[in-house]
Design a protein around this ligand. Sequence first.
Ligand code: FAD
Ligand code: NAD
Length: 328
Amino acid sequence: MSLPTSVAIIGAGMAGISAARALDEAGITVELFDKSRGTGGRMTSKRTDHGEFDIGTQYFTARHHAFRAEVESWHEKGWVARWQPRLCRIDEQGIHPSDDEQDRYVGSPRMTALSRGLLGNLTLHGSVRITRLEQHDQSWMLIDSEEGQYGPFDRVIVATPAPQAAPLLAAAPQLARAAEQMAMEPGWAVSIGFDQPLNIDVDAAFVRTGPLDWICANHSKPGRAENCNWVLQSTPQWAQQHLDTPPAEVAGLLLHALGEALQTPLPPAQLLQAHRWLYARPAEDCDWGALAAPDLGLYACGDWCLAGRLEGAWLSGRHAAQAVLGHH
Ligand code: FAD
Ligand code: NAD
């Protein structure tokens, strides 16, 4: 099969951008489409009048040798920095220091600095929600929610969360079925801006009791403003039970849970906001790498094709690019 000259990628999160860069390096023209204005997907930072908050990906680790080498290059470019928080584990017995040797990285000065750096000069069509794909004479047209048309493209990579990928993969029923069957779990993230520092020796904690899963002092990450900003994340189970709870109520409940977890009175919150992630993480890891219907020129990637971590998304994007290039 001949090499494509143009590839459309739907989704400019880590998986889509990873695929885009690999194809660009191979000399292929790529265009990215995202329903959000910018890049990053679930690796995002929210701007507020109390500073910025990382409300999705909190940090990432690198285990696979290829990803380790890639992260090293990001580090050299200044897009990411190592983060060495005072880590704890919180359970029914209380707060236990839990420092370890793991290297953890964050985008610097905010999570989206990484996706912006990776995007570079690649073409991104932001605020474009693709609703269907049409194939004409071996090439693809992308149709958006306003009936705008983009194309033709030789190949299409769908790099959205599984439930959003399934309808776009309708032309390849096997791929659509795989995406439909991959359950993704929800999560709530709460941003809190306190008016003064908390009186504790904890930067972040894995929580093993109550509705919280993770708490983190956003300002402990390199490059952030000094405002006392915390991010709380719920367990998927709690989020499932509170999917339709109003955000203000969720924010109040999780703020209360923070006080309980830290066993300390909290200062007044100047900012309190909740964000619901309907598709926060795949319910399980798998070993697909990426999905491919080479006869149609249709591909899919995302963390749900490997593992629900930033590394899984990056590796899956690479797998999709390899499949487009005909390397397996
Ligand atoms: P996404 O980032 O979801 O990108 C998909 C993109 O597709 C999005 O930008 C979306 O807007 C776009 N899109 C969807 N549908 C359409 C459409 N129809 N048309 C156009 N665009 C569309 N991982 C870690 O490694 N460490 C962590 O600490 C961590 N914490 C997390 C905390 C939270 C709250 C969440 C939600 C996730 C966390 N993760 C973490 C997981 C990590 O964020 C993901 O694994 C990774 O970002 C997924 O990347 P992706 O490219 O597969 O998908
Ligand atoms: P990691 O190696 O730091 O952590 C993996 C898991 O090991 C943690 O979730 C925690 O349970 C445990 N752990 C690690 N270090 C610990 C310590 N010092 N003390 C106590 N427990 C410790 O990171 P990773 O494997 O790259 O995973 C990324 C993180 O992303 C995980 O924390 C995961 O829960 C989180 N995540 C969250 C969401 C969400 O929606 N909230 C989605 C995807 C991933």
